[in-house]
Ligand binder design. Structure first.
Ligand SMILES: Nc1ncnc2c1ncn2[C@@H]1O[C@H](COP(=O)(O)OP(=O)(O)OP(=O)(O)O)[C@@H](O)[C@H]1O
Ligand SMILES: [Mg+2]
Length: 169
């Protein structure tokens, strides 16, 4: 299987994807590196300090089997399961501020998490999408929970809506 792990920055993709790959005995793939090797980086958005990737090309990018792919665009890849890590927008804000990101970049990503951009995009494209709330889960626990769901062939759930969980922007 190919498992795509996507989500807003600061939701814990890298840690959870590495742990999940170890549990499954799969390889861990950093989508950024894969895009660089495949020549899919078309430039840099200087204002956002972000690499530009052609998401249409991602849909046809070949990924070797038995892999967990980590990246906030991983939900564009053709995969068997899409794990979208979510975290309360306040938690996302705190984690990004800790990284010293500028307020504009933090604000844009907090908004993206509030709307659930990665989850919405993934669900528009594919089945087998699951949202996982990592706000209060340690990465080990999150990875174990996802592993158990995959073992039980539970590949989808309802999207998380922070406003229904009491979040007030
Ligand atoms: N469940 C968690 N509980 C507490 N802290 C966490 C959790 N998950 C991640 N963190 C911390 O939050 C920060 C961001 O995590 P991480 O780098 O894994 O996120 P990411 O989703 O991979 O972000 P990016 O998209 O920028 O690569 C790290 O400092 C990490 O230690
Ligand atoms: Mg990461």
């Amino acid at each position: 299987m190919i498992i795509a792990v996507s989500g807003t920055p600061g939701t814990g993709k890298t840690e959870v994807a590495r742990l999940l790959a170890a549990l499954l005995d799969y390889s861990y793939i950093d989508l950024n590196e894969l895009c660089e090797h495949a020549g899919l980086i078309s430039g840099v958005d200087r204002a956002r300090d972000a690499k530009l990737v052609d998401t249409n090309k991602l849909k046809t990018l070949h990924v070797s089997d038995n892999a967990v792919v980590d990246g906030h665009l991983a939900h564009y890849l053709k995969a068997d399961v899409y794990v979208i890590l979510r975290a309360n927008p306040d938690v996302v804000r705190q984690r990004m501020e800790q990284r010293g990101w500028n307020p504009k970049k933090v604000g844009e990503n907090v908004e993206a998490e509030l709307i659930g951009v990665c989850s919405v995009e993934a669900r528009e494209l594919w089945d087998n999408v699951m949202d996982v709330d990592t706000s209060t889960l340690m990465p080990q626990k999150a990875a174990r929970m996802i592993y158990n769901w995959i073992m039980r062939k539970r590949f989808a759930n309802d999207p998380i809506d922070w406003t229904l969980k009491g979040y007030e922007p």
